[in-house]
Ligand binder design. Structure first.
Ligand SMILES: [Zn+2]
Length: 271
């Protein structure tokens, strides 16, 4: 190749190749930087969602992003969190000292008889009822979720009846608090409690304990994550009369431990 042709090649070829390569590389570089930025942003938002909003993460576990985070151990997994976040809703303590906020509004679904229950535990409740029915029993849920407004009406009615029976205001109020939870302090306001009676005996009194439905529930409720919330021998701790009809969902693990160790929820949570 003579010098002339090399010179032409340099003059014509090299600048032409340079013009083609440099903009191409710039576009590639910009693209790679954008990709890295978007990946970092997605990861940052995903991690924050898992750490700052554990309740939301629990509720949105169907979300592929959250599901991925759970698998990789980056999100708030129930196992890793223990009772801190993943299970806290099912172990919520509601009593006279621990009232619910007035705006408490669980997501509800209705039982076959139309009564609402927390949607996160309704399948377990229905499973327990179905298993009892399969044994030839007839359990009946007569009360499930109640709004705090409804609770206020119940409480006021109880006070009125006690006053009509001769108690003064303070006595009636104190006695009513023993029999009907004060608005916001009832587990029925929480959405995880159900009063279950026998179809053939629907009174809410101690004789309910003699029905085969109660006997079966007492033996099997923990298998479905439920406990008898107000046992006879725990009245001094729960502050609530013996209620052989009021069952509370706490999850299978807690229910099993509570039942095996003969605890009430207050004692279990204090340990
Ligand atoms: Zn109840």
């Amino acid at each position: 190749m003579n010098t002339y042709r090399k010179t032409i090649a340099r003059r014509i070829g090299q600048p032409r190749v340079g013009r083609l390569l440099v903009p191409g590389m710039r576009r590639l570089l910009v693209f790679v930087l954008w990709l890295a930025f978007i990946l970092l942003l997605t990861l940052f938002v995903g991690l924050n969602a898992g750490q700052l909003l554990p309740a939301l993460a629990e509720d949105t576990s169907d979300d592929p992003l959250q599901a991925g985070l759970h698998k990789e151990g980056l999100g708030q997994s129930p196992q890793a969190a223990g009772t801190a976040a993943g299970e806290s809703w099912m172990l919520a303590l509601v009593n006279a000292e621990n009232p619910l906020p007035n705006n408490h509004a669980p997501r509800l679904r209705s039982l076959a008889n139309g009564l609402p229950f927390d949607e996160r535990a309704i399948d377990q409740l229905e499973g327990m009822l179905a298993a009892a029915r399969a044994e030839g029993l007839s359990p009946l849920v007569c009360s499930a979720y109640r709004s705090i407004d409804t609770q206020r009406e119940l409480f006021d009615n109880k006070v009125a009846r006690l006053r009509a029976s001769g108690m003064d205001g303070a006595q009636a109020d104190a006695q009513a608090r023993r029999e009907v939870a004060y608005p916001g302090t009832s587990e029925h306001n929480l959405g995880l409690a159900a009063d279950i009676v026998s179809l053939s005996y629907q009174s809410l009194d101690v004789a309910q304990a003699s029905t085969p439905e109660f006997q079966w529930l007492l033996r099997h409720c923990a298998e479905y994550g439920f406990i008898l919330r107000y046992p006879k021998d725990k009245m001094g701790i729960t502050g609530v009369i013996y209620e052989p009809w009021h069952f509370r969902y706490v999850g299978v693990e807690a229910a099993t431990e509570i039942t095996e160790q003969n605890l009430c929820l207050e004692e279990y949570l204090a340990n």
